[in-house]
Every structure is written in structure tokens, then in C-alpha cells.
Design a protein around this ligand. Structure first.
Ligand SMILES: Cc1cc2nc3c(=O)[nH]c(=O)nc-3n(C[C@H](O)[C@H](O)[C@H](O)COP(=O)(O)OP(=O)(O)OC[C@H]3O[C@@H](n4cnc5c(N)ncnc54)[C@H](O)[C@@H]3O)c2cc1C
Ligand code: SF4
Ligand code: SF4
Ligand code: SF4
Length: 404
């Protein structure tokens, strides 16, 4: 069987790196290998290949996903302030995960690995470990063969599973599972996803920070709410070899160079500019930040995060109803969600100098060189809009406190 006969071999930049093909291959002859940016791509051992095309059949980038139907749209946030602090947005994922674990189930989500230098999907089975898979990590996460198999085996053994990830990861998993994917035991959540940055840029960024502080990063919260939900910070926790105490460094999101590159769409995977899975991954629930919420419901305290929750299936509605006692929520419309979050349905456009940036990065310019050349400063128009937004939020906060 020649590699060229496989449809996935012709995907090029359209491959989103979900790993479903490698997990499905009955001969284990597909390995996911890093490109110069750290993005994973399938590489086939043609000599061992059976020519069964199982890899093609599960690939979400080859299309064929049915359009997801929004059966219910809500704004929602957890009642517990601890949960909100521990989550990136309204804490809905954490509550769904707690309820699955309380019923003896398994949760699969993205966790830091290798001293926070990488992100990978892991399975967790107890509430203490749940913290590992909470909060957004803005780096492409690796979903290994063992994770796909772990989800499948847990369902087959009669346990409930909650899988959370980007739309392409959910689409890859559902196709890998086939009929098992339709099981009542599986609950899938996709996050509204505007794209995933290059894993190697992140690992170099962490190496750079480690050298700068003569310490090692031991935890990162890319959405720390110590400065609020709308004006979140990137929080790095360090531990030095000879110092038993950790220290923290917090940078507001629009001053953290890595976050600026991410938000400018400079460091994203090429497939994210032509996303194959938006609103067609087959998830039960889609979760995102409810950006713009403060203008819709100024009377609600949004300071620690509010989520947009889109239930796409009856199973999703039932799971959301199951956490009703732990949340504040209300009706919303798709127009309200889209106003602050067009990437729910539309792929983002790349940063104007995206190719140049990625070429410089791949040519080992190093973080310092990249920082000197690309500062991702916002334009005057964006800065004025940001200032006006901050003033408006202050006025709304005063008005809200007056209402209470
Ligand atoms: C790469 C990325 C881009 C995003 N872009 C947007 C956006 O444009 N607009 C928007 O409204 N929301 C976006 N989100 C989603 C948002 O940040 C929150 O994750 C979401 O609102 C859920 O928040 P929560 O408080 O319910 O749960 P949290 O506790 O914050 O849970 C986050 C969930 O995301 C999963 N996750 C974290 N990192 C990754 C990763 N690297 N890959 C796959 N899954 C991951 C975790 O396993 C967990 O299930 C993005 C998230 C990611 C990971
Ligand atoms: S055709 Fe079958 S054996 Fe060959 S790489 Fe694809 S899944 Fe594996
Ligand atoms: S999109 Fe996923 S299934 Fe398709 S080739 Fe890429 S890694 Fe494999
Ligand atoms: S934008 Fe689309 S292709 Fe990119 S990570 Fe998100 S879901 Fe996958």
C-alpha cells in the first residue's frame, strides 16, 4: 500500500493533529511526529500498512460532520467562588466533571506535562486530580493512542466518561469510537476555539522564563482572575532548586508576549484558519466565555467569569440540568454569543505577518529575537476601544452596586 493512496496523506496543512488516525490504525503503523513548530502530523509506515483506510474513515479534516443543532443556549456561572477562581470562565466544565466523577465516572481533559512545557490529554478519576484538567491551556494538546483507548475501554466497562477538548478533538474521538460514541455513557464538551498555538513556541517560552528567573515553572494559569475575568492575567508559578518556597509572576494578558502572539493569531496551527470542526463536531455541549455579557446583564456579577453554554443534544441538556442547583443561569441567544465570539462559527484570519513570524521562529531565532522583532502592539484604534471598554465597565460596575 502506498502512502499516497491514503486520503490523509494529502491533507497537508488541513490536518488538525487530533491523532484519531493513529489511534484507529489496526497495525499501529501511524506515528504522530512533530513538525518544526511542534505540531503533530501522522507519519505512516507504508511497509506495515494493510490498506484498510480506517485512518481515512475517522479523520475529521476530511469533512462529513453533520451540523450541530443548538437546542438550548444559556449564560451560566457556578455559585461557588472557589470554583470560579479555579476555572477559566464560568466553571461549567468543573461542575459537569464533578458530577461524572461522583457517579464513578472518568473525566478526560488537557493537563500540563513535563514541567508545564507541554499539554496532553489525560484521564482522571477523582476530584483531587480534577484540578489538573481544569482551566484553558493555550497550547495544542496531544491526545495519545492510550487516551483514545482509555475512553473506549471505560465506556465498554460501563463507566460514564466526560471528554472535553477542542472541536476537532471531539470530532476525532467520536469517529474513532464509532457506535460506542453514541453511548449514553459518553458526554462530550467542546470549547469555543479560535485556534491552538504551536507547542514548540510554548516550550521555548517556558525555557526562556526558567533561565530568566533561574527557577523552574511548576504551574501556569493562563486565565488567572486575580485581576478580573475581563482583564485576566497569565500567572506563572516557579520553584527554585535550592528554595523550598515557590514564587509567582503575574502579567496582564495584553502584556504577556506569548499571550499577545496567541491573541494576534500569529502562532496558531494552519488548520485553525480553515477549521473543519466548528459547529459540526457532534459534541453534547459547547462551552465558551460569554464575552460581551456585561453589556447584556449589567445587574449580574460577572467579575469572576460567565460562560456561554450551548446544549447540542438531549444528553447535553440533561447533563446541564443535572448541575442546575450549583449555578446561576438564564436564557441567551446565539446572536448574543456570536457578538462577542464570532469564532464559534468562523475561522479566524491569520496575523498579517504570520508566515514571516513562523518562518523566523522555525529558523531558531529564539524567544528574545522574536520578541525584539514582533511586539504585537495593539493599534491606536484597539487601544482607544480598550480604554472606552474599561470606562464602560467601571460605569456598569457602579450602576450594578447601586442596584444591589
Ligand atoms: C485553545 C483554546 C482556545 C479557546 N478559544 C476560545 C475563544 O476563542 N472564545 C471562547 O469563548 N472560549 C475559548 N476557549 C474556551 C474557554 O477558554 C474556556 O475553556 C471555556 O469557556 C470553559 O470554561 P470553564 O470555566 O467552563 O472550564 P475550565 O475549567 O476553564 O475548563 C477548560 C476546559 O478546556 C479543556 N482544555 C484546556 N486546555 C485545552 C487545550 N489546550 N486543548 C483542548 N482542551 C483544553 C480542559 O480540559 C477543560 O475541559 C478556548 C479554550 C482553549 C483551550
Ligand atoms: S490504511 Fe489501515 S493499516 Fe494503513 S495506515 Fe491506514 S489504518 Fe493503518
Ligand atoms: S486530522 Fe486527525 S485524523 Fe486526520 S490526518 Fe490529521 S491527525 Fe489524522
Ligand atoms: S480552531 Fe478548529 S482546527 Fe483549530 S484547534 Fe480549534 S477546533 Fe481544532
Amino acid at each position: 500500500m502506498s502512502y499516497d493512496e491514503m486520503k490523509i496523506s494529502k491533507l497537508g496543512e488541513a490536518c488538525c493533529g487530533c491523532g484519531a488516525c493513529a489511534a484507529k490504525c489496526p497495525k499501529s503503523c501511524i506515528s504522530m511526529q512533530e513538525d518544526k513548530f511542534g505540531f503533530l502530523h501522522p507519519v505512516i509506515d507504508a511497509g506495515a500498512c494493510l490498506g484498510c483506510h480506517a485512518c481515512d474513515s475517522v479523520c475529521p479534516a476530511l469533512g462529513g460532520g453533520k451540523c450541530d443543532e443548538a437546542l438550548g443556549i444559556r449564560w451560566a456561572k457556578g455559585k461557588s467562588s472557589e470554583l470560579l477562581e479555579a476555572s477559566s470562565s464560568g466553571g461549567i466544565f468543573g461542575l459537569l466533571a464533578e458530577s461524572v466523577i461522583a457517579g464513578g465516572g472518568v473525566v478526560c481533559g488537557a493537563a500540563w506535562a513535563d514541567g508545564c512545557r507541554h499539554v496532553e490529554h489525560v484521564l482522571v478519576e477523582d476530584v483531587v486530580s480534577l484540578d489538573r484538567v481544569m482551566r484553558s491551556k493555550y497550547v495544542q494538546s496531544r491526545v495519545g493512542r492510550e487516551v483514545y483507548a482509555g475512553v473506549r475501554d471505560a465506556i465498554r466497562s460501563g463507566r460514564r466518561v466526560l471528554f472535553a477538548g477542542t472541536a476537532c478533538q471531539v470530532a476525532g474521538l467520536k469517529r474513532y469510537l464509532g457506535k460506542t460514541g453514541g453511548s449514553a455513557l459518553l458526554l462530550t464538551v467542546d470549547v469555543i476555539c479560535h485556534g491552538v498555538p504551536a507547542p514548540r513556541l510554548w516550550s521555548e517560552w517556558i525555557d526562556y522564563k526558567n533561565v530568566l528567573r533561574d527557577s523552574n515553572v511548576c504551574d501556569v494559569n493562563m486565565r488567572s482572575k486575580t485581576t478580573g475575568w475581563l482583564s485576566y492575567s497569565a500567572m506563572y508559578e516557579y520553584i527554585a532548586e535550592k528554595d523550598p518556597f515557590s514564587s509567582c509572576e503575574s502579567t496582564i494578558f495584553n502584556q504577556d508576549w506569548y499571550m499577545k502572539a496567541f491573541l494576534a493569531n500569529a502562532s496558531l496551527r494552519p488548520s485553525c484558519f480553515m477549521c473543519p470542526a466548528k459547529r459540526s463536531c457532534g459534541s453534547d455541549i459547547t462551552l465558551g466565555d460569554f464575552w460581551g455579557f456585561q453589556g447584556i446583564h449589567p445587574e449580574v456579577d460577572y467579575s469572576k467569569g460567565v460562560s456561554a453554554v450551548i446544549c447540542n443534544t438531549d444528553k447535553g441538556i440533561a447533563a446541564f440540568q443535572g448541575i442546575a442547583n450549583s449555578i446561576d443561569c438564564g436564557d441567551a441567544t446565539i446572536e448574543q454569543v456570536l457578538a462577542g465570539n464570532p469564532s464559534l462559527v468562523k475561522s479566524v484570519a491569520p496575523y498579517a505577518k504570520c508566515d514571516e513570524f513562523m518562518t523566523d521562529f522555525a529558523s531558531r531565532m529564539g524567544i528574545e529575537g522574536l520578541m525584539a522583532k514582533y511586539d504585537f502592539k495593539s493599534s491606536l484604534k484597539q487601544r482607544v476601544r480598550g480604554k472606552l471598554g474599561a470606562i464602560k465597565r467601571k460605569v456598569l460596575k457602579v450602576a450594578r452596586e447601586g442596584i444591589r
